[in-house]
Design a protein around this ligand. Sequence first.
Ligand code: ASP
Ligand code: MG
Length: 469
Amino acid sequence: IMKVLKFGGASLQDGNSLKQIAEVISTTKGPKAIVLSAFNGVTDELNNLLSRILNKHFSEKQISTFVNKLKLEHLEFLKQATLECNDRVVAGIVTDDALHKVVGQCNRLERLLYGLRYIDEITERSRDLINSFGERLSVIIAAEALNHLGINCQPLEADKIGVVTDGLFGKSSAILPLVRKNMGRVVMPLIRRNIVPVITGYFGCDKYGRTTTFGRGGSDYSAAVIAYALDADALELWKDVDGFMSADPEIIPQARLIKHLSYKEAAELAYFGSTILHPRTVEPVLLKNIPIVIRNTFKPKGSGTVIHNYHIAHSVPVKGITYEKASGFIKVHGYGSGFGYRPEVVNEITGRLLANNINIKSILSAPTGIGLVFGKEDFDEAFSVLSRTPIKLVSGFEKVMDQALIAFVGEGMTREQGVAARVFTCLAKKRINIEMISAGASSAAGFFIIHRRDLKKTITTLYKEFFGG
Ligand code: ASP
Ligand code: MG
């Protein structure tokens, strides 16, 4: 059976974690492909640099200092990983090929950064390109280390091997049939020759070959795309957590590991705040019923969470509670009491947002009002796009900030009576005010919005109601 294994930034801390990864890969039998994120924090560092680089006080010399530090850090990880290597190779020696590749990437990055500085402009396109360097470096380092550790593998850059996307910078989607064709041509032959491909996560390229990312945390999605393209039998996502928990253990210490989730449930949990999984990961694998297994790189014996297409009954209607701490919504006010069901109003609102590629997280409408929920990254832009020019029948938009969104997830709960009622009642008893609630749109999830100050209290109350004390 063919597997795709993905290791995220949290599993890529340093050289020692590469040994851990090698261990996991060598104990996985059969044909496989590896997808990697950047080393922990590298994408953040690249982003931070981009936010400073056009600043007057930023000196050009800082660019080469930055790139040099990045290079040395990566080479250090490699040394660490290979230091106590067996006698097959001389420990700690980086092959010319790997060194050449690392230096090559760093030179390219440095030139690009100087270019941006001189042009004095950062576009979505150049941002995506710069952001992709964390992964370009991590696959070179990891593949080299893995080769030293006895795994025959080869680093590959997704945009060079045809992970083709729709071209939306910063939030692209893969064009699955094309990726499948290209993987069949480039990646399958390697696997057949027992070479493990080590592929960059997080990005692909549009039809002109320009690098586009899948959004932050997007290497889960990359791995799902590769799993689809290779017709894999399983997708394993190796992280630094045991799997999905019934609630955030920081708020609920007795939270339990969820062993099984349906695709829908996982998608809802990820969409509404759980940071364990990139929200779009299930899309590609769902099409082929490829199960996803979430596992802990540092506790490889754990069972993890399995996400698949069948629904396993659960003793309580709610399997998991998740939240978004920094949420907010926009209230649409109108002239007249019926504006909320006038199709042209909703049409105009969604049309504007679509034209600006802004995703509406959720929409609730009533005759006298419409509520629009956005992810925190889209909130301000959504507001300005909507309020820029007047919309017929709309008297104004109101930002409601400092909110938290809480979702409760469990397949089939809309068929069960009284789940929403229990949510309402238990919170009312604690005098927690619900600003907005939505249930029923999905058979697997509902959510509501409260003031952020009530977050902990709300989660504890809700957990107690559904899971007991
Ligand atoms: N390195 C990218 C990020 O930090 C992608 C990922 O980690 O999944 O967002
Ligand atoms: Mg990362």
